[in-house]
Design a binder for this molecule. Structure first.
Ligand code: A5P
Length: 233
């Protein structure tokens, strides 16, 4: 696949999402190579005089947004008007796997607080069935036991995401990430999410179920397909 074409598609998705932004909004700013195009487009709206504020889902997105002149605030108790973020995998029910960038915990908090959660992807992320590396955020205390429990729940062996702290990746929240190889498919995402949420020591995971209000999937031809949950227009 042509890398330039994918980059153009990511940009088209991010730009398209910025079309949903109106004056006065408080926005959730996602993380990753697609969400960054949305942040860049929001920065242009701010430069043109729109009064907008953002809540960043990662230190990287916060740095990009601040640099570009978007006022950054903490997540308000009253929530957000709109959150826009990328995804690693999207199924026909608009269920997602997220977290290749390691930001899934903050991303889920922000998405859950938004009146509208919009997902921006290039069409290569669309699948008939959910399947991808599933990241799980783990508290460092007791992490070996938590990793084993995650393996039992998922039925495959998870691995610590490699990084610089004793060889392991550390999230913006100071926690570890277990990557679970579920590229072969996730049979029952709701059941798996429930079981993962029940493991003490698991702080979050990349399954985003029933959260997407709209998916903007950019095609190679430059167009953007709008996908909405079944039964909603
Ligand atoms: C970050 O933790 C992720 O959830 C990203 O939103 C996701 O990995 C998509 O990133 P890209 O747009 O870079 O593929």
């Amino acid at each position: 696949v042509d890398a330039d074409a994918i980059e153009r598609a990511k940009r088209a998705a991010g730009d398209n999402a910025a079309g949903l932004v109106t004056d006065g909004m408080t926005l959730g700013l996602g993380t990753g190579s697609t969400a960054r195009w949305f942040i860049a487009a929001v920065a242009r709206l701010v430069a043109d005089g729109m009064r907008l504020r953002g809540v960043a889902t990662s230190l990287a997105s916060e740095a990009q947004a601040r640099e570009a002149g978007i006022p950054i605030i903490d997540l308000p108790a009253g929530g957000l008007d709109l959150a826009v973020d990328g995804a690693d995998c999207v199924d026909p029910d608009l269920r997602l796997v997220k977290g290749a960038g390691g930001a899934m915990l903050r991303e889920k908090i922000v998405a859950a607080a938004a009146e509208r959660f919009v997902v921006v992807v290039d069409e290569s992320k669309l699948r008939d069935r959910l399947g991808a590396v599933l990241p799980v955020e783990v508290l460092p205390f007791g992490s070996a036991a938590t990793l084993a429990a995650i393996g039992r729940v998922c039925g495959v062996e998870p691995r610590w995401r490699p990084g610089t702290q004793d060889g392991r990746y550390v999230t913006d929240n100071g926690n570890l990430v277990a990557d679970v190889p579920m590229e072969g498919g996730i049979g029952d995402p709701e059941a798996l999410a429930e079981q993962l949420d029940a493991v003490p020591g698991v702080l979050g995971h990349g399954l985003f179920l029933g959260m997407s209000d709209l998916v903007l999937a950019a095609r190679a031809d430059g167009g953007v397909t709008e996908l909405r949950p079944r039964g909603r227009s």
